[in-house]
Design a protein around this ligand. Structure first.
Ligand code: AP5
Ligand code: MG
Length: 208
């Protein structure tokens, strides 16, 4: 299964991709996580990306596509497929991804759009915390970290940056939903339910 998870910031892409990885053994490739790892490593790519991320803007397409292409080339020993989280988020990225996968015969099987109203997203991102060592996703109220686990807040989870990320989603990434709909690959899932209910809906949508 080769999945794309599409949705606004805070909708639960990372949470659900983490569950798909741990339960189905498929690779989880998050463009945001790759950028954050580059920032932590102090690389040139990281310092370029950081300016855009901290402002809530998209990293330029050529940079993002090049980076994701390198990650997709990494050999998967189990060959169970992958879930892409946060990529593609422009139509140009979606076209580049299809062009990359087409010669391999391993095209995207499903694009799953997760939907949640913007007001709820602001609340989710305001309460999000990440495990300091493993990057695991928690929420102070909805999914609290176990006692003793050290957590951090993401630098782009500030109210004004959250608003900009939502604006950028509606302007640049909504058309990606139409891109997959036009190709018969889109399925939509309600992201308002409990984590496990959303997970079950995603699993069902994979084969519908
Ligand atoms: P990225 O890291 O992809 O961030 P994002 O898209 O803004 O999404 P988030 O990671 O904030 O949210 P999520 O949907 O993963 O939600 P989560 O599971 O954490 O990108 C960051 C930046 O990198 C971008 O702004 C851009 O600058 C750059 N970038 C990345 N990809 C790029 C690309 N392709 N092109 C250009 N630039 C790119 O959940 C959120 C919270 O809600 C958590 O606290 C969680 O516990 C809680 N939660 C989740 N599900 C539920 C539920 N069902 N009920 C209650 N709470 C829930
Ligand atoms: Mg995420």
């Amino acid at each position: 299964m080769r999945l794309v998870l599409i949705g606004p910031p805070g909708v639960g892409k990372g949470t659900q991709a983490g569950l798909l990885k741990s339960r189905l053994g498929i690779r989880h490739i998050s463009s945001g996580d790759v950028f954050r790892a580059e920032i932590n490593a102090g690389s040139e790519l990281g310092s370029l990306a950081q300016r855009f991320i901290d402002a809530g803007e998209l990293v330029p397409d050529d940079v993002t596509v090049g980076m994701m292409a390198r990650h997709l080339e990494t050999k998967d020993p189990h060959d169970r497929g992958f879930v892409l989280d946060g990529f593609p988020r422009t139509v140009a990225q979606a076209i580049a991804l299809d062009a990359k996968l087409e010669p391999t015969g391993q095209c995207i099987s499903r694009a799953i759009a997760i939907e949640v109203p913007d007001e709820i997203l602001v609340e989710r991102l305001g309460g999000r915390r990440m495990g300091k060592t493993d990057g695991k996703i928690y929420h102070v109220a909805f999914n609290p970290p176990p006692p003793g686990v050290e957590v951090i807040t993401r630098s782009d989870d500030m109210p004004d940056v959250i608003r900009e990320r939502l604006r950028v989603f509606h302007e640049n990434t909504r058309p990606v939903v139409d891109y997959y709909r036009d190709r018969g690959k889109l399925r939509t899932v309600d992201g308002m339910a409990d984590l496990e209910v959303v997970y079950a809906e995603i699993c069902a949508a994979m084969y519908q």
